[in-house]
Ligand binder design. Structure first.
Ligand code: XMP
Length: 506
């Protein structure tokens, strides 16, 4: 397969996905992985990713020149190209203003990377440093104001300043495919049906006749993991579904029906809503709420899991982006919200871990889900945060507010589906503010809560824009919520992008 050395670019996962879409295995590993480990993997090609550092800095993220001399075809993207230049003795300098956005690619000397690529096609730039002079024995293949592509055909090394993995680069797919198939001569070896068969065999082998437990949340990852494991070991799997009282309307019933009845999964439904409400009494600070909910979840899960006699394995819906994030050289990104501690379980619970989706990107998890017969609308559900409605009711949480929010949220989601908009947005929900305002209904004065409708579009949830939902649709949502949900008399639409706002309100 193709190895991607991670220098910290936000686009790295996209490179990995693009290559897997070509049915070629790709793996993303930290740039400082020892050379021997890299060579052991026998990659057909190596991609040096982009990244925020500068090759001229004293603390630059470097690789050994030996790697570049190993004969394995190399493609450096953005920082990767600057790194190649630097290591072979060319010069990288700080540009005057940086270059962000679209540029036209003027191909000055063709090379295998650009086979079939038209001249002047649009590419996406995002860089500050630039290559000033190329190393000896390297050609300049393209320009775009700056030096945009270089190569040394004899060594099979290529560098491009732009990002072929993003859709704004019109012929980026062709360039990546040229690299993967023509330059690296990689073989197609990544098929999800094989993955399912192989994984089922592995689970059977690993688990034997032992028992497995899994925390089912109703979300995509845990559900697909559950169905996949069930396919392998049937009733040896017990799922624990904790109703925190902070879930969407009728979530418990839906999960029991969709997975308990339809897939015949063994599900233990634990109604712990009262316990959670107690822990949340008078807690209004967002991080304190996250902590309270997270701790209680672990406590409930711990109790319940140990009631299942002889359970040896704990299964989790960990997916590849989680793995990449945890091994990333950037370290865990600055804590703005303590996402990853919530809804997760501590490492030491006394079980052996079973993580059958560890190698898969989200879109692959969805494909596996559909392949296993899970209905489309279930595998394409939006993500839902671990602390649930607890962080969508601003300030203190109580059962009455939960009920109000569940009703409003349910109307919004139902209408998104009905109007064929659900899959056009990445995440959509309603937030309940502790703000009351005056309204009039019939002849009566009302004094009730304000609901905020939030819908975001994003690829990676790191940056997001607010969804341009049609006015008529917003009007429909607003009238339905105000007319049908007692306790809300005003609806606002959130038009903030991330950054500087976040997707959730807490
Ligand atoms: P923000 O609000 O940071 O959210 O823009 C980005 C994505 O993360 C989800 N999110 C969470 N998920 N526990 C979770 O499991 C949390 O505490 C949490 N906070 C935010 C959010 O729903 C969005 O998809």
């Amino acid at each position: 397969g193709i190895l991607i050395l991670d220098f910290g670019s936000q686009y790295n996962q996209l490179i990995g996905r693009r290559i897997r879409e070509m049915e070629v295995y790709s793996e993303i590993i930290p740039f400082n992985t020892p050379l021997s480990e890299i060579l052991e993997k026998k990659p057909a090609g190596i991609i040096l990713s982009g990244g925020p550092s500068s090759v001229n800095s004293e603390t630059a993220n470097l690789v050994s020149k030996e790697l570049l001399e190993s004969g394995i075809p190399i493609l450096g993207i953005c920082y990767g190209m600057q790194l190649i230049t630097h290591l072979f003795g060319g010069k990288v300098s700080r540009g005057t203003k940086g270059e962000y956005g679209k540029a036209e690619l003027e191909i000055t000397k063709n090379c295998p990377l650009f086979a079939g690529v038209s001249n002047n096609s649009v590419v996406w730039m995002s860089h500050f440093d630039e290559v000033e002079s190329v190393p000896e024995n390297f050609d300049i293949n393209a320009k775009s104001g700056v030096i945009a592509a270089i190569s040394n055909l004899e060594k099979n090394i290529y560098g491009i300043q732009f990002h072929p993995e993003v859709t704004h680069t019109e012929e980026g797919g062709k360039m990546l495919s040229n690299f993967v198939f023509n330059i690296c001569k990689a073989e197609k070896n990544w098929f999800l049906t094989n993955y399912i068969e192989k994984t089922i065999a592995e689970i059977k082998e690993k688990v034997g006749s032992q028992k497995v437990i899994l925390g089912l949340s109703g979300g995509v990852d845990s559900s697909v993991a559950a169905v996949l494991i069930h396919r392998a070991i049937g009733k040896q799997l017990t799922c624990i579904f904790v109703d925190t009282g902070l879930l969407r309307k009728d979530e418990d019933k839906k999960v029991m029906k969709n997975y308990g009845e339809h897939f015949d999964l063994n599900i233990k439904l634990i109604d712990a809503s009262e316990r959670f409400m107690k822990k949340l009494e008078n807690v209004s600070e967002p991080e304190a709420k996250r902590k309270a909910i997270g701790n209680e979840f672990v406590a409930v899960f711990d109790e319940e899991s140990h009631k299942i006699e002889g359970a040896k394995f704990l299964a989790q819906g960990t997916i590849y982006p989680d793995v990449i994030e945890s091994q990333s050289v950037k370290g865990p990104s600055a804590v703005i919200k303590s996402h990853h501690n919530v809804g997760g379980l501590p490492e030491e619970m006394g079980f052996e871990l079973l993580e059958p989706l560890r190698e898969l990107f989200k879109d692959e998890v969805r494909k596996v889900g559909e392949e296993l017969g899970i209905p489309h609308h279930l595998v394409y559900r939006h993500p839902f945060p671990g602390p649930g409605l607890g962080i969508r009711i601003l300030g203190a949480v109580d059962a009455e507010k939960v009920k109000i929010l569940q009703e409003a949220d349910d109307i919004f989601i139902e209408e998104l589906y009905k109007n064929d908009l659900y899959e056009k947005v990445s995440q959509a929900f309603v937030v309940l503010l502790p703000v009351k305002s005056v309204g009039v209904m019939g002849d009566e004065r009302t004094y009730e809560y304000t609901a905020v409708v939030r819908s975001a579009n994003t690829i990676d949830f790191m940056t997001a824009t607010w969804s341009r939902l049609p006015y008529d649709f917003l009007d429909l949502i607003s009238s339905r919520i105000i007319n049908e949900v007692r306790g809300i008399n005003r609806v606002a639409y959130d038009i903030s992008s991330k950054p500087p706002a976040t997707i959730e309100w807490e």
